[in-house]
Design a protein around this ligand. Structure first.
Ligand SMILES: Cc1cc2nc3c(=O)[nH]c(=O)nc-3n(C[C@H](O)[C@H](O)[C@H](O)COP(=O)(O)OP(=O)(O)OC[C@H]3O[C@@H](n4cnc5c(N)ncnc54)[C@H](O)[C@@H]3O)c2cc1C
Length: 469
């Protein structure tokens, strides 16, 4: 049996950032992840927005964590060498219902002290974003909203946690958790662990993990979401993140991403029961139809023929549950705010929806501090290093910098992915950092993420993997 101070279940954003913050203390940390890599759950399939906080009830935990995280985000991305664009955002409406919602959000934001928000006057929004359909009746600008690539952030948190001592075990699905011997015994199919404390960051399965030791209290009832990604030719359609507030309460989000693409989505549709069990993030035609209809209404000139990929996601909606005659029933009220469920050394992060990406480091730190305190550790390590260096991307270099790079490392002169401008050296570096399949290399370098979606570069990438692996 392997012994460890704190065991983290799940290597999404929350598991990786909790691990990163746990190793600020002199604590042994093991992270168990059922998949072969980090960021394979909700963390890979979201809108990538760093929110300013005006969307949340002033005084709520969500609000406090979001505001703090937004303020810290530039420093976090500098430490972890992750591209971050503070594009600002515009929330726009075209009628009285939307006007009321936008006004309320503005007033809530003002009351909560959110900086850099203002209601735009007359046709200012239309001048800022000429691609939007004319006739905007209200618009809320937020200066500090931004966007990040969620998997770059998650990979960076993982690499930084690992370089400071956290041990990640992949292909390790937790199948049992028991309270035993002043702690917990945790079983996977091939190994047993004993931990003094457990952090349950298992995303869509976090309710099931908790119920391995506790009685039912909160369960997840997911809804599905679909996204469309357009090629870089469309990335300049809008300059800001656009939140469209529809008259029926539904809306469209447009994100000009850090890589220059345009992300469209998400819609909301029900998840069939069997999908919940499978944690299956399948897309659905009806979702895309809904997104296309909204695009036609909000950005009528947008060429959806520029689509290069789609993806699906699931929202982990938490509801209180209760038992009646031995059957667990869902109450009709969903849990709006977030909290860390603390139960004698078991810390569960259940139903962490938007803005979980925004505050992943802040919530990870809070969770780590609670786990450290539970096992009696208060002192921070002097040798913890918050800095991680990413792979230098050829596409970010000027011609001069690129020439210098090629002189030092000729692999920077060999282009493998012409859509995304990814070189052989970047692929080799990703492999040396642990990427061992197409998906893992793609996510670390961007190779195969462009217009051709890997049809031209996949073979050459796999040849490098065979030679290096
Ligand atoms: C549609 C959508 C859009 C969103 N957009 C935004 C946004 O724009 N901005 C923002 O701030 N937030 C956003 N969020 C929220 C954010 O994406 C989540 O809060 C965050 O990704 C949650 O991360 P996680 O680590 O809890 O979950 P996950 O990423 O799902 O990680 C959980 C991990 O646990 C693993 N696991 C599960 N069961 C086991 C087991 N038994 N054993 C071992 N491992 C296990 C899974 O494989 C997975 O890797 C969005 C969420 C959704 C659903």
């Amino acid at each position: 049996m392997r012994k460890v101070d704190v065991l983290v279940i799940g290597a999404g954003l929350l598991g990786c950032f909790t691990a990163r913050n746990l190793v600020r203390y002199d604590i042994d940390v093991i992270v168990l992840e059922q998949h072969d890599d980090v960021c394979r759950g909700i963390s890979k399939a979201n809108t990538g927005i760093i929110y300013s906080g005006y969307d949340h009830k002033p005084g709520s935990e969500k609000y406090k964590l979001c505001v703090q995280a937004n303020e810290e985000f530039d420093q976090l991305c500098r430490d972890l060498d992750v591209p971050f664009k503070r594009t600002g955002s515009l929330m726009v409406g075209y009628g009285p219902a939307a006007d009321r919602v936008i006004k309320k959000k503005f007033n809530d934001g003002l009351q909560g002290g959110i900086k850099g928000i203002r209601l735009l006057e007359d046709s200012e929004a239309e001048r800022m974003e000429p691609a939007l359909r004319p006739g905007i009746t209200s618009a809320l600008y937020s200066e500090s909203t931004g966007t990040v690539d969620p998997w770059e952030l998650c990979i960076a948190a993982y690499e930084n946690a690992a370089s400071n001592g956290a041990v990640f075990v992949f292909g390790a699905k937790v199948i049992s958790v028991k309270r035993e011997n002043n702690g917990f015994t945790i079983g996977t199919e091939s190994e047993t662990y004993h931990a003094s404390a457990v952090v349950n960051a298992a995303g869509l399965s976090s309710d099931k993990i908790r119920e391995m030791t506790e009685s039912p209290d909160v369960r997840l009832y997911p809804t599905s979401a679909d996204y469309i990604v357009l090629d870089k030719d469309s990335g300049q359609t809008v300059q800001h993140i656009i939140f469209h507030e529809g008259e029926d309460g539904k809306g469209l989000t447009l994100v000009p991403t850090v890589d220059g693409n345009l992300l469209i989505g998400p819609d909301t549709r029900p998840s069939p029961e069997e999908e919940i069990i499978a944690e299956d993030m399948r897309t659905a035609a009806e979702g895309f139809d809904a997104l296309r209809d909204m695009c036609e209404m909000v950005v009528p000139g947008l060429d959806l023929g520029r689509q290069i990929r789609t993806f699906g996601s699931m929202r982990p909606n938490p509801f209180k549950v209760y038992e009646e005659n031995g059957v667990v029933l869902r109450s009709d009220k969903s849990i709006k705010d977030i909290r860390i469920m603390e139960e004698d050394g078991l810390l569960s992060l259940i139903g962490i929806k938007t803005p979980g990406l925004t505050f992943s480091n802040v919530l990870g730190r809070l969770t780590a501090d609670k786990a450290a305190s539970y096992i009696g550790k208060a002192e921070l390590r002097a040798d913890f290093d918050p800095v991680r260096k990413g792979i230098i991307r050829a596409r970010d270099l000027t011609l001069g910098e690129r020439a210098d790079m090629i002189a030092k490392d000729p692999g920077y002169g060999e282009i493998i992915c012409s859509c995304m401008d990814v070189t052989a050296s970047e692929i080799r570096q990703a492999i040396r950092r642990g990427a061992d399949d197409f998906e893992a290399i793609r996510r670390r370098t961007g190779c195969g993420m462009g217009k051709c979606q890997g049809s031209r570069c996949r073979k050459r990438m796999m040849d490098i993997l065979r030679r290096e692996g």
